[in-house]
Design a protein around this ligand. Sequence first.
Ligand code: PLP
Length: 297
Amino acid sequence: MNIDFEIFSPVHQIQDKLFDERGLKVFIKRDDLIHPIISGNKWRKLKYPLKEAQSQNKTHLVTFGGAYSNHLLATSAAAAKFGFRSTGFVRGEEVSNDTLFLCRLHGMNLIFTDRESYRYKRALFDKQFADDNKAFFIDEGGLSALGAKGCSELVEELTESYDHILCACGTGTTAAGIINGVAKHQLPTQFHGVPVLKNGEFLRKDIDAFLDQPSNYHLHTDYHFGGYGKVSDELISFVKQFVASTGILIEPVYTGKMLYALYDLAARNYFPPGSRILAIHTGGMWGLLGMKERFKS
Ligand SMILES: *Cc1c(COP(=O)(O)O)cnc(C)c1O
């Protein structure tokens, strides 16, 4: 089986009075439309690891994530689509939620793992799958050089040029891929990562580790809203306002923070008038289901 499918990820303009006033043209690349479950950067990150698994005759994907992990969910669906078995180590005590329901529905076997053991992913894999020579290790969040390679293909799909590209960062794999793509095609585009974790400056070494050549890029580390999975009322209001005024569904854990940063930087005149800016919609909307309570008020 050929592990691939046609990518549908159009670029749409975002209209807003703020951008008109600042003389900015702002666009969003709809990676969220790539697949309803294997959405956004998660397919890009999985493509080459799955090809590698296939070339090694591995038939069982084993990966790791938190209870709301978009990566676990994407891996379960990609495994089902391309004929692999899948196992997910889930961080923490056993819980049930919508994400894990969907993982199971796609045939993923879930192993709940205490937080201490979870830190040693290779050891967990080696112990549990010592007798399974069909098992293939995929790191948490799809963190890998092969993942970055898949993400760099995003740049090849662009038909227009942009002065700035913004993307939310978790592991930084997607950021590294895009930076590599920009460098490879010698584009005059500046990359801006928005870490969704606290103290996001640590990402620089992780991103740099996957770069084909040393490159300059920006990390905007003040938009984490308290850390991974943390949100504020202001961020929730922003997400509501954005979805209701554009018809583009986003969630607050990743894309909400990145777009909040974009609007905030624009309002502070960070981008020179005349700039063309591309935001990457990295998908992950199922995460909204874990946040319904936060949207109530
Ligand atoms: C996983 C994820 C990210 C983070 O991607 P990294 O490559 O780990 O930095 C960003 N946005 C969404 C919606 C995600 O699910």
